[in-house]
Design a protein around this ligand. Structure first.
Ligand code: SAM
Ligand code: SF4
Length: 329
């Protein structure tokens, strides 16, 4: 699949649910109204749509949410999609999780062919973690990571930089990742959906994190590309650790964008930062697989060149109404 700007689209992110057992302050408001189940794609529908994407050239699928591991039929969905790993038509099936239920699911994920996952931890400090997530318990996440590692799954930690919340936690996180053999990606907070506070109060450009880390070790740029928006570095003295930086606000990354996003309510968003979408659920429910293919063609043509987020001292612009949990991170 080639879009209107010549970019090859071979990566699909699927948000399998908008629900979550945490309420991270930068992601959700404390009180959220979730979608009625009838509006959310069934397992069967997700699997069929994923099949069509794979038939059209998608090579990598990431399941996300909301929290993918709170969806009850997630093991079945993983096994359905993983059949394409066995045939070689799909190169990678992975997921992004908050890790709270990883201990329960890790062996099954590994058995289905999941080889690496992203786990979101914004601080290793139990109090800070509980505050940011509004009640999360870091010990459960760390236990889940241990089970996943024992099952042979590699871990990348996602950490969102948040002014006044975790802006002294970068070095402890980096050292812990080096010690445990995990990769680490730092992310700037993005203006996705209304939350309970003003985002410009929490936004910090990653240059701030880099400056802190470089008081302890030099960051050596490495040529590695994941096909995603991160730029990668190896911290001096931490051989093998890949530190990724995702800077949607301070450094736009759209020229190499290779992805589309399927929301849990069956919409394809061609860009995280735009409202334009194609409604695959209605297409499938009214016109079957042929209508899905036709919608995919429309989505490719409509993929915009770039997002338009900004967070400055004057406030936030380019904000979408959707929260990250609907679109999928
Ligand atoms: N619940 C899972 C988790 O937390 O990993 C998967 C979904 S979550 C929406 C995916 C990723 O998006 C997480 O790493 C989270 O930290 C990040 N995220 C959520 N809201 C964000 C925002 N407004 N700006 C930047 N990253 C955000
Ligand atoms: Fe839930 Fe993930 Fe959003 Fe946190 S970032 S509230 S874990 S969906």
């Amino acid at each position: 699949m080639i879009d209107g700007f010549g970019r090859r689209i071979d990566y699909l992110r699927i948000s399998v649910t908008d629900r979550c057992d945490l309420r991270c302050r930068y992601c959700m408001a404390e009180k959220m109204t979730f979608l009625p189940r009838s509006e959310v794609l069934s397992l069967e529908e997700i699997a069929i749509i994923a099949d069509r994407f794979i038939a059209r050239g998608v090579r990598k699928i990431r399941l996300t949410g909301g929290e993918p591991l709170v969806r009850r039929d997630i093991p079945d969905l993983v096994h359905r999609i993983s059949r394409h790993l066995a045939t070689g038509t799909l190169e990678e099936l992975t997921l992004t999780t908050n890790g709270t239920r990883l201990a329960h699911h890790a062996d099954d994920l590994a058995a289905a062919g999941v080889r690496r996952i992203n786990v979101s931890i914004d601080s290793l400090n139990p109090e800070t973690y509980a505050f940011i997530t509004r009640g999360g318990k870091i010990d459960a996440v760390l236990a889940g990571i241990r089970v996943a590692r024992a099952a042979g799954i590699r871990i990348k930690i996602n950490m969102v930089a948040l002014k006044g919340l975790n802006d002294h936690d970068y070095l402890p996180m980096l050292r812990w990742c080096a010690d445990q053999g995990h990769d680490l990606t730092l992310i700037e907070t993005m203006p996705l959906g209304e939350i309970d506070e003003d985002r410009s109060d929490r936004y910090l450009p990653l240059s701030h994190a880099v400056a802190q880390i470089e008081t302890a070790c030099r960051l050596i740029p490495i040529g590695y590309r994941s096909g995603g928006p991160a730029r990668y570095y190896e911290p001096e003295g931490m051989e093998g650790l890949r530190l990724g930086l995702i800077t949607p606000l301070s450094n736009n990354f759209c020229t190499g964008c290779n992805r589309m996003r399927l929301t849990c309510e069956g919409k394809i968003f061609m860009c995280l930062g735009h409202e334009d979408h194609v409604d695959l659920k209605t297409a499938y429910r009214t016109g079957g697989i042929a209508a899905v293919d036709e919608s995919l063609d429309r989505a490719l043509i409509a993929k915009p060149q770039a997002h338009s987020f900004a967070i400055t001292a004057d406030g936030t612009s380019g904000m979408t109404r959707r929260h990250m949990n609907v679109t999928g991170g």
